[in-house]
Design a protein around this ligand. Structure first.
Ligand SMILES: Cc1cc2nc3c(=O)[nH]c(=O)nc-3n(C[C@H](O)[C@H](O)[C@H](O)COP(=O)(O)O)c2cc1C
Length: 306
């Protein structure tokens, strides 16, 4: 079947194809340029940005686990101003959408980031609400419905840019959080961020990561992510960018059937630098096999369970 339509519209952010890369797993694209054509990627969500440059956490900060990895990289990044000066011009050489992933210790820091980026050449801002809220004892912003409301509302007021809010899976009721995010003006929801995890070196009798615990990602989290994407799909009508353990085209299709409009590859990029291309080909193969012309038809296209 020819002429597959891979375009997706994430509520104003139009992607040539639904395969994007997840923040923190693709840098600013430079390291991947030798391996794949960056023009093939629907969108690049860049490494999580902060107001000032950050060195990230010390000591061991990544550990491999069965079917995944736990990281406590700690938002190492060159800061938003360096991004604007050096990385936007680099990324603009390619035909891909730029998503600026923003992070803060306080609501004011998120707002400042959004204000700064508002006049810059990025296609979307992705608000990472998995960051610790220093004014709230270090608990992630995204775990408290009141705080979610405050930060999304404040950022929405600070920018006219397309706004994606990225949810943490480490909550009791993700539907409640998703509804708040939608009601406060987000254009799109992305999920999942990493699941809290810990690994121990039994001979040293010490946690392997210097900071004890971190965020689990990779195929180990995929079933959790599929369930949460489906929950969010049932709760809101804004588009969903799904992620969590996607390694193949079949994985990507599973996310879309669960309710995602587009998907992101994270840990998969570390295992297979051409994962984006392989996943895209896998989606095309599935569409051809199922005789479905447009990828946007896959969203929530599940047979009802009796
Ligand atoms: C090493 C590493 C760094 C990450 N850094 C960020 C980040 O800066 N901002 C963010 O929103 N998510 C970050 N994430 C989360 C990923 O974007 C993604 O949501 C998560 O890993 C689940 O997808 P995956 O299983 O395909 O990796 C990071 C993940 C990893 C593994």
């Amino acid at each position: 079947m020819n002429n597959l339509d891979l375009k997706v519209d994430l509520n104003g952010l139009i992607l040539d194809n639904p395969v994007t890369v997840a923040s923190g797993t693709f840098g600013f694209g430079r390291e991947f340029e030798p391996y794949l054509d960056l023009n093939e990627i629907g969108a690049i969500s860049v490494k999580g940005l902060t107001l000032e440059p950050r060195q990230g956490n010390e000591g061991v900060r990544i550990v491999e686990t069965p079917m995944g990895m736990i990281n406590s990289v700690g938002l190492q990044n060159p800061g938003v101003h360096h991004f604007i000066e050096h990385e936007i011009p680099y990324l603009r050489q390619f035909n891909t959408k730029i998503i600026a992933n923003i992070n803060g210790n306080t609501t004011q820091e998120y707002v400042r980031m959004a204000e700064i980026l508002n006049s810059e050449d990025v296609d979307s801002i992705e608000l990472n609400i998995s960051c610790p809220n220093v004014k709230n004892g270090g608990l992630a912003f995204g775990t408290n419905p009141k705080v979610v409301e405050e930060v999304v509302k404040a950022v929405r007021n600070a920018t006219d840019k397309h706004l994606i809010v990225k949810l943490t899976p480490n909550v009791t009721d993700i539907k409640e959080i998703a509804k708040i995010v939608e009601a406060n003006g987000a254009n799109c929801i992305s999920l999942i961020n990493t699941v809290t995890g810990m690994a121990i070196d039994i001979y040293q009798r010490k946690p392997i990561l210097k900071r004890k615990s971190g965020g689990l990602s990779g195929p180990a989290v995929k079933p959790i992510a599929i369930k949460l994407v489906h929950d969010v799909y049932q709760a809101v009508s804004i588009p969903i960018l799904g992620m969590g353990g996607i390694m193949t085209g079949e994985d990507a299709v599973e996310f879309m059937l669960a309710g995602a409009d587009a998907i992101a590859i994270g840990t998969g990029n570390f295992v297979n630098p051409t994962a984006v291309i392989d996943v895209k080909k896998g989606i095309e193969k599935y569409l051809e096999y199922m005789e479905i012309k447009s990828v946007s038809k896959l969203k929530g296209y599940l047979n009802t369970v009796e």
